[in-house]
Write a protein that binds this ligand. Sequence first.
Ligand code: DPP
Ligand code: ZN
Length: 855
Amino acid sequence: PPEIRREDYAPFPWLIPATRLEFELGLETTRVTATLEIERNPDADRSPTIRLNGDGLSLVELHCDEEPCTGHMMDGDDLIVTLEGDNHVLRIVTEIDPGANSQLMGLYASNGMLCTQCEAEGFRRITFFPDRPDVLSVYTVRMDAPEEQFPVLLSNGNRTGTGKDKGGMHWAVWHDPWPKPSYLFALVAGDLVAREDCFTTMSGKDVDLAIWVRKDDLPRTAHAMESLKRSMTWDEETFGREYDLDVFNIVAVGDFNMGAMENKGLNVFNTKYVLADEETATDGDFDAIEGVIGHEYFHNWSGNRITCRDWFQLSLKEGFTVLRDQLFSQDMHSEAVKRIEDVRVLRSVQFPEDSGPLAHPIRPDSYREISNFYTSTIYNKGAEVIRMMRSMAGPERFRKGTDLYFERHDGEAATCEDFVRAIEEGAELDLDHFRLWYSQAGTPRVKVALTHEGDTASLALSQEVPPTPGQSEKRPMPIPLRIALFDRATGKSEGEELVMLDSAETTLRFDGFAEKPVLSINRGFTAPVRIEREIVREDLAFLARNDDDPFARSEAMQDLVVGHLLEAADGSPAEGASEAIAGALGEILKDDAIDDLMRGELMMLPGVTYLMDQVLLADPGRIFAAREALKADLGTRLEKELEALHERASAVPFSHDPEAKGARKVGTMALTYLAASDPQRAADLAAAQYDSADNMTDRQGALMVLSGIDSAARSDRLLDFYDRFEGNALVIDKWFSLQASSLHPDVIEHVKTLADHPDFTLRNPNRARSLYMAFTGTPQGFHAASGEGYRMIADLILELDPINAQTAARFVPALGRWRRIEEGRAALMREQLQRIADAPKLSRDTYEQVTRSLG
Ligand code: DPP
Ligand code: ZN
């Protein structure tokens, strides 16, 4: 497959002011008639032809200006039509089989309904079209379908007509007045019911809201609807963005490759991010739904009104929209807790990506398959880069920048450079040098040393951006760091300031310190960098106790633990380290000044993936053992306190209040420690928590703990859980995933058995991920020294690739980490990658990921 390069961008030679699509819908055969009004693009080179992308389509009819067209040819999957004049009307008929579409791209069937997914290049599986984001067109869509089978017919924009025909057929016409690229097209046909509501926008316009689901799911849509209304209000208040159509529809679909999709006026969601009630969804699920509803809604401006010129600019809409959804969730809940969670995701997913074979800048220079670039780098690092601009400008000036961006580029297909320029002008920032964050990959390492002489503290900062594939030389980047200096005696600081490290090294002086202060740095995680600080354990313990920035406090606690675990995994734990950690954790358990949601964060040990990423060559077995040993040690030392915490938490009645949510979080967290120190006692407590649970958070938490402990209670409660929720796909996903991600030594055997379970299928991405993605996180399973875990994932990739290439390719990065893992396992991982690479007929998706991973 060819490599596509950013520098080769050229505007499309034709404009398509209007597109009319007519669908004769059927599960096995759908006939699509596309009528395109085309005219020459005055801003592009003149071309004797028009290239219409296709993917596996067969052409049934082609008319040009009402005449059958003869001047056309196929180039691979694309259709090329020769055209002489400047204005034409093309009419193209294709026939597709949605029932056979297991890739879930284009038009496909899910549970008897029909739906679409077009981003990034799925539209070309429906009809021939210039399937690129810079070709904007006004769409009118007519759907004809048997009414009994497909009573609901939806598309983008507003419904402008509907009617019945003979033979039980009916039809609907939808018109979207906003010009859009093909990737934002959507259609849904099915037997659905809606939760309806209404929203009045800031200028007084009424918008009809509807969330469409299967009948049985209707009671589980209230939270999604509330989340939607909150998103609409928040975007008006925070970014001045108002909704722009008379209706906003959301449809929940059980078979979906991604989380959700922002199609104009018709968002299509994975059921996972819509359906929730307290019996079937955890607190984490509720929060995720709110975040994803917000994210897709916010795309209406950052993505739809202003879209991307080409797919290299993907972070223009995704990075910005992730930042917007993060700020939204921060405002709805605890800012500090949300920040800690977001940074945890960044570090456990994006940092390893950025230090591995798939590292790429947030604005990549080339790709073979764009689906592979919906990465944590584009999304999460992209959000961090824009967050840095916001930190440097402050929220008010940043808002002036985004106002200018929305005003200047409304209706356009824009670039990251357009965004940076708008922020630069609107927020009055100099971002000249800052643009390096768009072009350089790799996580900068910042070395920090604080020295003290007389009454001056000197802070020496230096940076290094590591080489990444295709980028051996790096330039220093501007790095904004929020810092504070604490007085040892009072435990207080004089306040914080934002310092810039914008060269390879710099030294900053702070006067007025008779004694050496304690440094708190990168507070709030102002910059997505690795901080390497020379700091003694006592000072970390001091910050874990005293830092008034809750984020920095949790960082100190994490650093304390990480330092110890890496030494322990190395076989040389420092004297007194676990006492110090137990001391700090003990203080956290009893500190009345923090709420339970924050306490839960502070109690959480760094994950194995994150720990593995902290060393050059990781031994997952030893890291896992060290982590379990620390848990057991802390569980023993703090047994009384942890049991008391669990008891206190268990007594709090269910509600969605932060207090009750926090209690659920710390209750289960306490059990995870006891599970390591006294498994039988923990199993009893977990079984009791399971039996008395009146909500999924407590029930799942208890089962999570139980599934790692060999006991009668384990098999008992797993059976009960299955029986209780049989038939509810999302909850049965949890059942698979709890077992596949467990700490149980026999996890490999469990996964093999589960793969043969009648409810298991590779055709549903949620189900496939619930078993195998969960498994890739197990150090004792996926990373088993025998290599069996690696082989299982390679087998999975090979089996899934022909069914659903996009989902299959997502499993490759787990094997791609081999360079950062000890020799023995590294060889086994490589062997499996090679076995995949050697397989005949790999998809473009998997081929690209595997070859890049082999390096
Ligand atoms: N579903 C993806 C997202 O919203 C693609 N745009 O981020
Ligand atoms: Zn998005």
